[in-house]
Design a protein around this ligand. Structure first.
Ligand code: HXC
Length: 258
């Protein structure tokens, strides 16, 4: 499938999706988000793919929703189209792991897109921010909710109220990103992490994702029970038997996702 705003490559069980609107610092417009939803759906349905990486350019992961596209819209336009609600649903529906590899600006919708992924690896030149306040609006695809869960109320409130950017070190210190790597090594590191995930049982990585995501939705007691039952249920799989026997036989496990 050919895309105008994305470059998609699938290799060794990893789908790499590169946002590609360099003239607008990868600003998210309807076309790009529509294509992203299609590419994600294709990756989810492709039996070969076991992990997805979303990235941008060295200068920008994405500098936010496209201000040119939004500027003249009315409330009715935004409400009736459920602006960017529908377009981002596919990312939230993904059962396969999705990594955000972020270099440069991840602002507004760009920061929100990265936070919708399962974890973020940041280049040392990454800058995160929710500068919507400067445009007379608020974040619209999760910023006030997800950033607050990642970094806590005080820092999230400051970021949203002042619009200031956070650099990569601060993002790592405050739990927004899993780790920071030199900009030149970002893609190697992100692809290596994706390959590592792709070597595991897809069945198990999908189960991990469900369990961790439940921690946002459930009480601790319910979450612990969910996790324990999930753990028990994996003893019905061939991959559990293969994983444990491979350890005992001192060999590499060959997972089949069964
Ligand atoms: C449209 C954008 C854009 C955006 C950059 N560009 N960000 N176009 N929407 N969000 C375009 C510029 O207009 C310019 O095009 C080109 O990209 C290069 O940008 P410059 O500003 O010249 O680059 P630079 O001076 O390096 O500054 C980089 C920047 C700045 C700090 C990232 O571009 C910036 O502040 N961008 C806006 C960031 C922002 O406010 N994001 C939040 C958007 S609202 P031309 O044609 O002029 O050369 C949002 C809401 C999400 O995200 C909720 C959705 C439902």
């Amino acid at each position: 499938m050919a895309y105008e705003t994305l470059i998609v490559e699938t290799e060794d069980h990893v789908a790499l999706i590169k946002l590609n609107r360099p003239e607008a610092l990868n600003a998210l417009n309807s076309q790009l988000l529509g294509e992203l939803a299609e590419a994600l759906k294709a990756a989810e349905e492709n039996e070969k793919v076991r992990c997805v990486v979303i990235t941008g350019s060295e200068k920008a992961f994405a500098a936010g929703a496209d201000i040119k596209e939004m500027a003249d819209k009315s409330f009715v336009d935004m409400f009736m189209s459920d602006f960017f609600g529908t377009e981002t649903e596919q990312l939230l529906k993904m059962r396969k792991p999705v990594i955000a590899a972020v270099a440069g600006y991840a602002l507004g919708g760009g920061c929100e897109l990265a936070m919708m992924c399962d974890f973020i690896i940041a280049a040392d030149n990454a800058k995160f921010g929710q500068p919507e306040i400067n445009l007379g609006v608020v974040a619209g695809i999760g910023g006030t909710q997800r950033l607050t869960r990642f970094v806590g109320k005080s820092k999230s409130m400051e970021m949203h109220l002042t619009g200031r950017f956070m650099d990569a070190d601060e993002a790592e210190r405050s739990g927004l990103v899993s780790r920071v790597v030199p900009a030149k090594k970002l893609m190697d590191e992100a692809m290596a992490a994706a390959q590592k995930i792709a070597e595991k049982s897809l069945l198990t990585t999908m189960a991990v994702k469900e369990a961790v995501n439940r921690s946002y939705e459930m009480t601790l007691r319910e979450g612990l029970l969910f996790e324990r039952r999930l753990f028990h249920s994996l003893f019905a799989t061939e991959d559990q038997s293969e994983g444990m026997n491979a350890f005992l036989e001192k060999r590499e496990a060959q997972f089949r996702g069964k």
